[in-house]
Ligand binder design. Sequence first.
Ligand SMILES: Nc1ncnc2c1ncn2[C@@H]1O[C@H](COP(=O)(O)OP(=O)(O)OP(=O)(O)O)[C@@H](O)[C@H]1O
Ligand SMILES: [Mg+2]
Length: 577
Amino acid sequence: MMDKRLLALVPGAMRHVLATVGWQWLGLVGNVLLSWEICRVVGALLAGTAPSIPEAALVLALALLARLASTRLSARESFAASQDVKGALRRRIYEKLLRLGPGYAQEVSTAEVVQLSVEGCEQLETYFGQYLPQLFYSVLAPVTLFCVVAPACLPAAVVLLVCVPLIPLVIVAVQKVAKRILSRYWDQYATLGDSFLENLQGLTTLKIYHADAERHRRMNEEAEHFRVVTMKVLSMQLNSIIVMDVVALGGAAAGISVALWQLAAGAVTPTAALFVALVSADFFLPMRQLGSYFHVAMNGMAASEKIFRLLDLEEPPARTLAPAPADALSMRDVDFSYDGDRKVLSHVTLEVAPRGMTAVVGVSGSGKSTVAALLSGHEHGWTGDVLVGETGVDQVDPAALSRHVTMVAAGAHVFSGTVRENLLMAHPEATDDQLWAALKTARLDGFVRERGGLDMAIEQDAANLSGGQRQRLALARALLHDSPVYVFDEATSNIDAESEEQVMAAVRELARERAVLVISHRLANVVDASCIYVLRDGRVVGAGTHGELLANCEEYGRLWGEQQALEAYGRGERHGA
Ligand SMILES: Nc1ncnc2c1ncn2[C@@H]1O[C@H](COP(=O)(O)OP(=O)(O)OP(=O)(O)O)[C@@H](O)[C@H]1O
Ligand SMILES: [Mg+2]
C-alpha cells in the first residue's frame, strides 16, 4: 500500500525512509548473530566441549552494539522523515490556500482545513515515519532470515517464509472495510469540528437567547455519531490485530514444528533446530508490526485523500498585472448574483473618481456592500466590466490589488496583541510618529495615550475596546496602508455623531489626495461627495451631487427626508428631556 502521489509529494522523505530500513536491518543482523552464538555455545555444551568465552563475549558485544545503533539511528531517521513530511505538507496546504485566495471557504470549510493541516498531517507523519519503513523492512527481514535459516534447516525455512504473506492477506481483507469506515470517520470528524467552531464563536449569542441548550443537544448528537464511528474504527483495528497475532504465532509454531520433526528424523542437528526456534518469531514480527502501523497509515491515507482534494481544487488563473497608482475603479453594466439565481446587482454602472469622495447610498440590502466587494476583488463571477484603470479587476494580481485598494468595513478585525502590532500590519516600517498621526486622525490618540500608549494590550476579539474604538483603530490602520484608493463601507457606523463628524472630516481630508468611496447609511456623511450613486434593489436609480439628487431622484429625496425627520426628532427628544 504505497501511494505514488503521496510519495511524489515529499520526495526528500524517501531517503530517510530507506535509511530507517537500513538501520532496522542492522538490528536484525545483530539478533541473528546473538541467536547463532547462543546455539554455538549450547551445541558445544551438548557435545561436552568448553565454549570459547572470549569469542562469545565478543560476539555478544557486537550484537548488542548493532541493536543499540539500530534502535537509536532508525528512530532518528524515522523522525527526520516525519518532520520532512509534516513541513512539506503544511507548506503545500498553506500555499494552496494563498493561491485560492479568500474564496477558498466556498469550497472547503475552515474547520476542515484546520483539521487536515494539524491532525491529518500528524497521521501522515506516521505513514512516512513508521509505516513505510516497516513496509520495506517486513519484506527484507523474512528474506534475510530465509537465507540464514535455509542452510540450517531448509524445510522449516520454506514453511516460515510461506506463512509470512498470510499476514498481508489479512491486511488486504481488512483494508476494504477500513477504507469505508475511515472515510466516514473523517466526515464525522469534520462535521463535529465545524459545529464546534461555529458554536464556540457564537457562544455569547447562544447564551443571550438561551439557545445554548438546544445547540448543546445537537452537538451531543453529533458527538455520539462520532463516538460510534470511532468505536467502529477501533473494534475493526483490534479484531484485525487478533487475527494477525493468530497468524503470526501459528506461523512460528509451524516452522518450529517442522524443525522438531526434522530433528526427530535425524535430518538436522539439535543446534540447528534450536536456531530455527530462536529466530522463527523474527520472521513474523516485522509483518505483525506493519499490521499495527497499517491502521494509523490507513488513517493517514484517508486524510491524504482529503488533502489531495484540497490541493486539487481549481485555482483562479495566476495573475501578474498590477494597477498603476493613478488607475481609478469603475463598473460598467455589471450584473451579479451570489447564488447564480437571485440577481443582487443589475446593470450597475458607476465610477470612483481618482480624487475626491464618491458615495454609494441606498436602503439596507440594496447592494452597497456587494459593490464594494466586487471593486475590491473580494467577490468574483460578475458579468459586465469591473475595472481598475482599463484592466478587469479579475485580471489583476490580488496582492497588487489589495495594495491599490484598502477596504475598511464596519466589522474589520482587530487582532489581540497591542495597538502597535495592529497598526504596523498595514505599514511595517511606520515610525511611532506616523502611528500617532494616524491615531490622531482617527480620533483615538487620547484614549490610547491614557491606556499606556502604543503598547496598550488588546484582548482577544478586541473585547477591551468599544465598538466605536474598534472602528477607529481599524480606520487608523487603514490610513497607514497608504493606498491610492480607499473604500469605507459603513466604517463609522458605531461611532457617536460628534466623533463621526470628526472622523468624516479626516476622510474628506484623505479624499483630497486619494480616490475615496464612502458607503454610508447616513446621507449627512456624504452630502459633499462629488458624485453620489443611489442604489435600489441592485440598480442605480440616481447619480449626481447632493443638490442634483434632491432635485431629480425620488429615492434620494425620500431617504434624505426620512433621515432629516429622524434627526430632528432625536434633537427634539434631547432638548425636551
Ligand atoms: N455572501 C452572500 N451570499 C449570498 N447573498 C448575499 C451575500 N451577501 C449579501 N447577499 C445578498 O445580497 C443583497 C445585497 O447585500 P449587500 O450586503 O450588498 O447590501 P447592503 O446594501 O450593503 O446592505 P446594508 O446596508 O444592510 O449593509 C442582499 O439581499 C443580501 O441578502
Ligand atoms: Mg452593507
